[in-house]
Each structure stands twice: as structure tokens, then as C-alpha cells.
Design a protein around this ligand. Sequence first.
Ligand SMILES: [Zn+2]
Length: 650
Amino acid sequence: MKIPEKKFSITTPIYYVNDVPHIGHAYTTIAADVIARYKRLSGYKVFFLTGTDEHGQKVLQAARDLGIEPQEHVDQLHNRFKELWTRLNISNDDFIRTTEKRHQTLVSDILQQLYDRKEIYKDSYEGWYCTPDERFWTEKDLVNGNCPECKRKVEKIQEHNYFFKMGQYQDWLKKHIKSNDKFIQPTSRRNEVLGFLEKPLGDLCISRPKERLPWGIPLPFDEGYVTYVWFDALINYISAHGPLEKIGSTGFWPVNHHLLGKDILTTHAVYWSTMLKAIGFDPALNLFAHGWWTINGHKMSKSVGNTVEPNLLVDQFGVDAIRYFLLREVPFGLDGDFSHKALIGRINSDLANNLGNLLNRTMSMIKRYHDQMIPEPKSLDEDTDLKNEFQMGIEAVEKLYDELAYSKILERIWLLVDATNKYIDTNSPWNLMKSESGKQRLATVMYNTAECIRSISILIYPFMPKSAETIMEQLGIENSIEEQGLESLKTWGGIKSGGEIQPGLQLFPRIADEDAEKILNSIESPNDKDQKPSSHTEIEGICDQVLIDDFMKIDLRTGKIIEAEKIKKSKKLLKLKVDIGAEVRQVVAGIAECYEPDQLINRTIILVSNLKPVKLMGIESQGMLLAANNNGQVVLAGFDPKPSQGIRVR
Ligand SMILES: [Zn+2]
């Protein structure tokens, strides 16, 4: 009889193709990769999906700025994600792009079916529209009359649009969340979604008129419209599986885990689940919303983001150290801080001193005491404590995988690393060497140590695939880790006696203190940067090159300073009111040592207007002035003659 195949599916969100891949994208994708690899080790057939979201206003705008077709633009851009996943050793089974035919066809089929079944209707609509975010807001959503998301100006728009009858599924969805504990995790996020559903759930506007936004999937029943980006993007999770009638029979639906950032939980929990309900599919089994990263204590921004650009981190520290750190440092679901200091600390303590040393000392002892061969143990019945410890550890790890408790899994595996190091110390092979009776015991001890390392290497494989494979090579084991599988850990003695080990390079070299210091010194906090006098190297321009579309994301505006005052208790900061035409911005600028407030009134400056607001000395700053730092003398950038305010500078 044929045993039915065990199947498992996991997804990351599809990433917005215009974004530059950053540590947050890497985090979600590595987390998904770990589960995918673990399930393969456990004998599952896995479908691991990631991809890119390629429609919408921002893509269109970026392509126009470059003077190329949007399709050409996304064909180039999506490779940045693909290439990064290759570097990070991501084992995705598919990569879906929303501009692919298989996706567009399915979106179109679903829209037509829902329209035929009267789940979609046309209505007139009036609302406040934020063009950059492609979103409508109601009057009460607005913050000071601006978009609550990006704080920019909104326009009142009245038009006809198509709506998905999402509201009718509100009661069903509430019930579904309440009766399925694991549907939304962690619990705090689940409660947020339930809180959101306490208010009446409206219908979802799923179209945009083509004349306003031509870059999207046309509605099959009305050529004058394209599909709203979210309604388009969410369907990627099933469009990778082929035509609608096939999806239910693939064995990969419902998906086991959708991993996502907490900012997009509502769209998944509410839009996507009700869409699936309407299409006739079960919702995902689990939505897991993870937290956000700050960088060395600061919010992620362009300037701090550069030092943790994932490709750069891989170059500097190696792929497995990064994979390990991201999942070990912070419990999945909580916010965390990425710091180079903590990363170097983990590399040196957990990887080099602990696991790395265990491997090295074992290799060198087997080389010296047993002529580079895995010895024959005197008996397999000795050392039951050690074996029990491993059995318990492996069972604990399996349970922790169900909770996606990555950091606890690694902690638990490292207890086994500790146990093995302790086993060596307690048995002191170097003493056993000295007598004939000791030598028989020595063979058992070295055999068991090698078997412990084999087990550890299988356990760390999902997190650090390359390192795990290197350990296997050094142990002289030719079977791949996936062939050995988790099953091979259930009985002791998977490693064969008589095999020749291949001692190699140190797996995790320690980062020397002076090197660590150099790395840490090269990382400036964004505040330091403003205050340091410009150095020669900065003038030389060692910044990485950027594409024009990256530059175009920065909205520089002319602005007129209409108010300026000193901030109490701060020597450096001034509080300014800057008129940028459409609105007046409050800006906190570190120029008090070089400019008197009165001197600034009526001056025309250049404002970075789409910088995320930050608080300085408790005062919100909604932008940043451009200035040159001439050996500590700050000089504001300006114009001659003066243009009027609110004009884009490029
Ligand atoms: Zn907005």
C-alpha cells in the first residue's frame, strides 16, 4: 500500500518590488526557510512560496521617472530579491510575481466568479484619497486633514468603483478566530484583530479607474478599471498552485503558515480570509505576525539601514551567522534590536567558542587517538544519561517548532552542545589515553561524541544549512542531511565506525577584539553623523551607488521658514515652522550653534519632506533640512534667486 505523502506549505508575503531588500525582508524569509527545511527533514513534501508584488502607483511612477515601461522596470527590480535569497541560502520552491500570466489569469478568474455570484457590485464612492498609498480614507481616519499612514495631503475624490461584499463575513470571521486558537499568533495580535472587528466591517473597494492608475490587472467585467493592489497581491498565495479547480487537490491548501510583519496582519486576517471564504476555500491554518527590527537602537531608516544591508552583512559575517543571529536574538513575534555588538558577541560565544570548539577539539582528538577514523565503541549501552539528554532535547525541539519558537529551539539545541562539551570534559579522553583499559573506554567516548555532533548538525541544519553540511563533511558522512533526516536521530548510533574524518578549517572563526572594535567604530549612529565635521573621505564620496529610482523616493521640497525658536535645555536644536506650500511642517534642526532664530525667518531652504517623523527632545520633527557641515560650521543649502515654496527639488 502506498503511504500518503505528508504535505506542508509555508509562505512569506510577496515583497513590494520597488523596496530595496532590507533586514526585515530577510528576517521573514529566513524564518520561513527554517520551517521549510525542518519539515523536509521530518519527511514532508514542502511547498515554500515567496515572490514580488509588482503593480501599483509607485512602480508606475518610478518607471516613468526612468523613462521605461513598468514591465521592464519590474523585470529588473525583482532580481534584487531573487539574488538576495540565493545568497541567504533560501530554499523556496517557487517565486511568484504578480505580473506573471499564471497569476493574472487566476486573479481575473476569481474576480469574474465573484462578480457572477454577486459578491462584487458597483457603487459610487466618495472619500479622501492618498495617491502615494493608493488608499481611500474616511473623514474620521484623517489626522490633521492628512493621510494617517504617510501624513501627506489627501484629495477628495468621488467616483464609481467596484466593491467586494466583505462586511457580510464579519460574524463568520469573528467566530472563526475565536474558535481557532492557532489561526492568528501571537495572542496579542489575535486580540488586536478581534478588537478591529468590534467595529462594523465595511465592504472593500477593489477597483481603481484606469485613467488614474493604469498599472494593474484589468477587471474582467469592466475594462475601465484595474484591480486594487491588495486584492491582486493576496491571491498570489493560491495562484502559484495553478487554475482554481486544481488548488484544492494539490494537498498544499490550506497553507500551514503565512509568516508576515505585524503591519500587514489586518489585510491578511480580514481581507484575505474573507476573500477565501467567498471564493470557497478554507482560510490559512495560521497567520504568524512577527515584530520589527530597530538598528543599533534606532528606527530603521535609509542612513542606518546601509550598515545592515543584508548583502553587506553576509559579506562581513557569513550567511549562517546572520541566519543564526536573527532567529536567536529575539523571540519571534516581538520587536528586536539589531546591533553589531550583539551579533559579534553571539558569533564569538555561541558559534566560535561553543559549537566551533566542540567540533575542532573532537576532530583533533579523533585524528590523534584513532588515526582519523571514527572508532568502534566498546558497547552501545554505556552513557545512557547522555543519550537520554539527547532524546529529550530532540523531543523538546520538535514541540517548539509547533510554536515557531525559534530562539527557544536554538537555546535548546545549545544545551546539547553544552552537554557534549561537558561529556568530553568529564571523561577526559587525554587521561583515558594513558592506560590500556582507558583506551577501550576512549573509543566509546569518542564514538559517542561524534554521534552527538552528527545529531547537533542535523538539528542546526534548518538554521545554518551550510555549516551543518560542513560538519557532516568533516565527520566523513556522505549521506546528505535530508537523506539522514530527523528519523535518524530516534536511535543512537547513526554514525558508522571506521569512517574517515576530514578535519577542515575552523567553522566559525572568532572575531578578534581589535577587528570587532574596527567594525563597531565604522558604524556611526545617525546622531553622531550630524555632529562630526566632514572628513576627507566623505568628500571623496565613498557612498554606495544608488539607482535613480532610489533617489527619486526622497521627496525634496523648497520651504520657507516662518517661525524659529530655541529649544530649552538644548544647545544644538532649533524648532522651526516651515511652509512647504500645501502645509506647514514643524522641524527640529541641529543648527542652533550656527544660526540665530531671527536670522532664519523668511529663508528658503530644502526640506526632505517624506522622512518618517521622529521625536527629538520630545518634540516631533516632520522633516529634515539639507545642510553642509563645513568642519563643524553648519551651512544651510539654499537658492539664488529664491523659488517659491513647495516646489520639488531634484
Ligand atoms: Zn498616504
